[in-house]
Design a protein around this ligand. Structure first.
Ligand SMILES: Nc1nc2c(ncn2[C@@H]2O[C@H](COP(=O)(O)OP(=O)(O)OP(=O)(O)O)[C@@H](O)[C@H]2O)c(=O)[nH]1
Ligand SMILES: [Mg+2]
Length: 331
C-alpha cells in the first residue's frame, strides 16, 4: 500500500565484433594484420532525481535498451562505443534483479548514479593476436552480449498532500476519483482503518502523492475514535486538504466540524495545524441548505484559506482542486 512498484526490462548494448583484416598497400609487402576491435555496448544507467517522485513514468515505458557497439574495421579502426542511456528515478528507489532477487542499487540522494545493466565488451580484432611467432593471425572475437535483465523497482512513497476531516467526510471517495487508489468507501464512520496513498497525475504528467487517513473526531488526541496516531503519515506533507461535509446529512454544522478537526490537529502538533491548507466543502451535489456552504466559505475567507466546493459523485470542482493541490506539490 505504501510502496510503488514496477517491473521493467533493460537490455544493455552488445559489444561490436572484432575485425579480421590485413594491411594492403602498394609497396608494402606483407603489411600485417590490421583488424580493429569492436566498440563497447552502451550501458543502462539510472540516476536519482529530485524532479521525480513516483515510478509512474516506467509504467508507460517498461522496456529500455542501449545502443550496440559498432564493429571494428580494417586499418586498425576501433568500432565506436554504443551510447549509454540514463533513466531517471526518484530518490528512495531501490532496484532489484527480479529474477534472482539481488539488490542492485539503493538510490539515496539527488545525482546518485549506478549502472544497472553493463554493456558488452567489444571483440578484439586480429591485430591484437599478433606475436613474434604468429605474424598473420586470423583470430578475431565477437563482441560480448550486453546484460539483459528484468528489474524490480521499489519506492516507499512519501505523501505530498494529506487529506484530513471527520469520518465520512468523503476523503476516500475523493482519492478514488483523482488517483488509481481504490480504498474502501462506505456510508459509516471509520471505513478507513489504515492510510491509503494515491498517485495523482496532472495533464502535464507531473505527479504528486496524496494520503487518505482515517477520520478525526472530538477527543481524537486523547484516543477517541482511531485517535491521531495516523497523523504522523501527513506530518511531512507540504499541504493539508481539509474536507468538510456540507450535505447536511450529518446534522452537524460544517464550521464546527472544521474547528473540531483543527483543535485535534493542534493538540497533535501545532506545526501540523499551521501547514498550508485548502478548505474543501464536500458532497455539494447533496447540499440542501446553501447557508451551511456559505458559512464555511466565509470562515475560510476570514482565515485566508483557499476554498473549494466539490462533489466526488458528479465530479464538480475536482479538476480545480487537483490543480490547487498540485500547484506546490507536483514534481
Ligand atoms: N452525495 C455524495 N456522497 C458522497 C460524496 N463523496 C462521498 N460520498 C459518500 O459519503 C460516504 C463516506 O465516504 P468515504 O469516502 O468513505 O468517507 P471518508 O472520509 O473516507 O470516511 P472514513 O474513512 O470513515 O473516515 C460514502 O457513502 C460515500 O459514497 C459526494 O460527493 N456526494
Ligand atoms: Mg475513508
Amino acid at each position: 500500500m505504501f510502496i510503488d512498484e514496477v517491473k521493467i526490462k533493460v537490455k544493455a548494448g552488445d559489444g561490436g565484433n572484432g575485425c579480421l583484416a590485413f594491411r594492403r598497400e602498394k609497396f608494402v609487402a606483407k603489411g600485417g594484420p590490421s583488424g580493429g576491435d569492436g566498440g563497447y555496448g552502451g550501458h543502462i544507467t539510472m540516476v536519482a532525481s529530485q524532479h521525480y517522485n513516483t515510478l509512474l513514468h516506467f509504467r508507460y515505458n517498461p522496456e529500455h535498451s542501449a545502443q550496440r557497439g559498432r564493429h571494428g574495421e580494417g586499418s586498425n579502426c576501433k568500432g565506436k562505443d554504443g551510447f549509454s542511456i540514463e533513466l531517471p528515478v526518484p530518490i528512495g528507489t531501490v532496484v532489484y534483479d527480479a529474477e534472482t532477487g539481488d539488490l542492485i542499487h539503493d538510490f539515496t540522494f539527488h545525482g546518485d548514479k549506478a549502472i544497472v545493466a553493463q554493456g558488452g565488451r567489444g571483440g578484439r580484432g586480429n591485430a591484437r593476436f599478433v606475436s613474434s611467432t604468429h605474424q598473420a593471425p586470423t583470430e578475431h572475437e565477437d563482441g560480448k552480449p550486453g546484460e539483459e535483465k528484468i528489474l524490480r523497482l521499489e519506492l516507499k512513497l512519501l505523501a505530498d498532500v494529506g487529506l484530513v476531516g471527520f469520518p465520512n467526510a468523503g476523503k476516500s471517495t475523493l482519492i478514488s476519483r483523482i488517483s488509481a487508489a481504490r480504498p474502501k468507501i462506505a456510508d459509516y464512520p471509520f471505513t478507513t482503518l489504515e492510510p491509503n496513498l494515491g498517485v495523482v497525475e496532472l495533464p502535464d504528467q507531473r505527479t504528486f502523492v496524496v494520503a487518505d487517513i482515517p477520520g478525526l473526531i472530538e477527543g481524537a488526541h486523547a484516543g477517541a475514535g482511531l485517535g491521531t496516531r495516523f497523523l504522523r503519515h501527513v506530518e511531512r506533507t507540504g499541504m493539508l486538504v481539509h474536507l468538510v461535509d456540507v450535505s447536511g446529512f450529518t446534522g452537524r454544522k460544517p464550521v464546527s466540524d472544521f474547528n473540531i478537526v483543527m483543535k485535534e490537529l493542534e493538540a497533535f502538533s501545532p506545526e501540523l495545524s499551521k501547514k498550508p491548507m485548502l478548505v474543501v466543502a464536500t458532497k455539494i451535489d447533496a447540499a440542501q441548505d446553501r447557508k451551511l456552504v456559505a458559512s464555511l466559505r466565509n470562515m475560510a475567507k476570514r482565515k485566508g484559506l483557499p476554498f473549494f466546493e466539490i462533489s466526488s459523485a458528479t465530479g464538480q470542482g475536482l479538476e480545480e482542486l487537483k490543480f490547487a493541490m498540485g500547484a506546490n506539490s507536483a514534481r
